[in-house]
Ligand binder design. Sequence first.
Ligand code: ZN
Length: 288
Amino acid sequence: MKNINRAHRPDDADARRATPPVICYPTDSLPEADSRILHSARKTLEKTDEVLVPPREARCFEVPAGQFFRIISVEGPQVGDLNLWQADHLEEKFYSGKTRALHGTHLSTGDRLWSSFPFMRPLATITHDTLDWYGWDDDGGSVHDVIGTRCDPYTAKLLADIDYHHCCHSNLIRALAAHRQMDYATAETLVHDVLNVFMCTGFTHDTHQYFMKASPVRPGDFLEFFAETDLLGGLSACPGGDCSAEHSSDVAVCHPLLVEIFKSNDAALADYRPIPPSRYGRQHRDPS
Ligand SMILES: [Zn+2]
């Protein structure tokens, strides 16, 4: 927590504080997905595959470019930790920090999941969110955040001196290793900060600490994405369950999550133009 030392307060402290905030990355020039095409394509979705993610475990799934996938709540309130990779080059992976800088702390319909440098393009676009009614609650909380990282055994060891092996970080490692036949050490270099699907989070008003509260998700709710490129996804059904009490243990009641993959037969999709990888030339040139 930030330590505030009033003894260092300068005479013009109020004036320094009163400068207006400026949005770091105005989105006026940010390329938007063609919502007209996506809206049309959603009307003819045909399910092609599904993957059930067991509680306190993760599973991987593949989504071809131009198809859709949904993460669906089944049986009971449950939070999911989502990783995304470009299916042919796993070093291009979801960049939660830049996505947060562009779209804000919590995502919903129309927001895009951007990839890591030097690629920096949308891997997926959110096309439907049944929890878009939630908005912001009185605690400053909302759903689907890109501020958390993923629960992990290192922090559990640090704070509670326990060895817990079903944190989302470890779940995603096991799932990726099994799906792409790689060892855990290799998979661990590819697992990254997540989109916290259905999780309700924010920062406390007083100390600005990261908090979680019971997810408003109920069975039947879903978050839907359009795959902008060929995707490999990894989803962990977090050991925190609905994240109303604690995570990184077997205490919380947990439920499975369902991933469904859909294709659309809409001819309009042929006109959809995904954003290519960044055209910056990577010179990083010294101006001197
Ligand atoms: Zn977790």
